[in-house]
Write a protein that binds this ligand. Structure first.
Ligand code: AMP
Length: 280
């Protein structure tokens, strides 16, 4: 497995593969890798000849009040995990490689980013869209892999690739969960023992809302009220719990008539957790 720390080195590797007619898959991550990330690597491995993973904790997608400084960083362990998973190249740029001092461009996707996490994390999706656009242009992969765990992000990335005519297929990979249902996340490392005990309640509630609305599509408002109360009782602070159209992410407030998903963000102590599930 090769390691590239510069954009020039990344491009050199990928150019050789493309010249040889090999299909290249990109798996962007912020490191602190877990089985969720490895599911993306496996999907890329199965569909592409070469897999590039990137590890970059992108400062632009963290608001000043968020956890940029404490975000888990374990480069050596991550590289071991990626080597064992059969990754061909890891791109690990320093912050200045991605954002030189006079960096002045923002990629902003409107509409899709106004609600859900976009309403609660100022500037977050501008940071995501900017860095993903750069990673796609830097590596020019045939396909790039993103988790449904961050479903709004997946939709934003699909839209920017389409709008900016970046010739890449954006692939979505289903969420990997702990046996008790908790969606794997690098931020789960922040949870205390007591919080870890409570945390799977989020997936349980989402699963029950999704099943109830699948049975009774006009029960959206009642189900949301019921499940917000249930989450609060379980010890979560609820940021949002909403049903949205699975494609456009427009709110569904009364009745589900097209493919939809239920989305939630909650806080447990200092940890923010997100999850989402399809309805039906
Ligand atoms: P992150 O390192 O948290 O920025 O995540 C990198 C990629 O892994 C994103 O596309 C995430 O959606 C994806 N990912 C994170 N957690 C999971 C999970 N539990 N299951 C599937 N994909 C995930």
């Amino acid at each position: 497995m090769d390691i590239a720390r510069s954009i020039a080195d990344l491009r050199r590797h990928v150019a050789l593969w493309r010249k040889a007619g090999e299909r290249v898959g990109l798996v962007p991550t912020m490191g602190a890798l877990h089985q969720g990330h490895l599911a993306l690597v496996r999907a890329a491995r199965s569909e592409c000849d070469r897999v590039v993973a990137s590890i970059f904790v992108n400062p632009k997608q963290f608001a000043p009040s968020e956890d940029l400084a404490s975000y888990p960083r374990r480069e050596t362990a991550d590289l071991d995990v990626l080597r064992a998973a059969g990754v061909d190249l890891v791109f690990v740029p320093a912050t200045a490689e991605i954002y030189p001092p006079d960096f002045s461009t923002v990629v902003q996707v409107s509409g899709l980013t106004t609600g859900l996490c976009g309403a609660h994390r100022a500037g977050h999706f501008d940071g995501v869209a900017t860095v993903v656009t750069k990673l796609l242009i830097q590596s020019l992969p045939d396909a790039a892999y993103f988790g449904e765990k961050d479903y709004q992000q997946l939709m934003v990335v699909r839209r920017l690739a389409r709008d900016l005519d970046i010739p890449v297929r954006i692939a979505g990979v289903p969420t990997i969960r702990e046996p008790d249902g908790l969606a794997l996340s690098s931020r789960n490392a922040y949870l205390s023992q007591e919080e870890r005990r409570i945390a799977p309640g989020l997936a349980r509630v989402l699963r029950s809302v999704a099943a109830a609305i699948a049975r009774e599509p006009a029960a959206v408002a009642g189900e949301i009220a019921r499940s917000v109360a249930e989450l609060k009782n379980a010890g979560f602070a609820v940021e949002y719990l909403e049903v949205r159209d699975a494609e456009t992410l427009t709110p569904v407030v009364t009745e589900v008539t097209a493919p939809a998903r239920v989305f939630a963000a909650v806080h447990l102590g200092r940890t923010r957790l997100i999850d989402n599930m399809p309805i039906g």
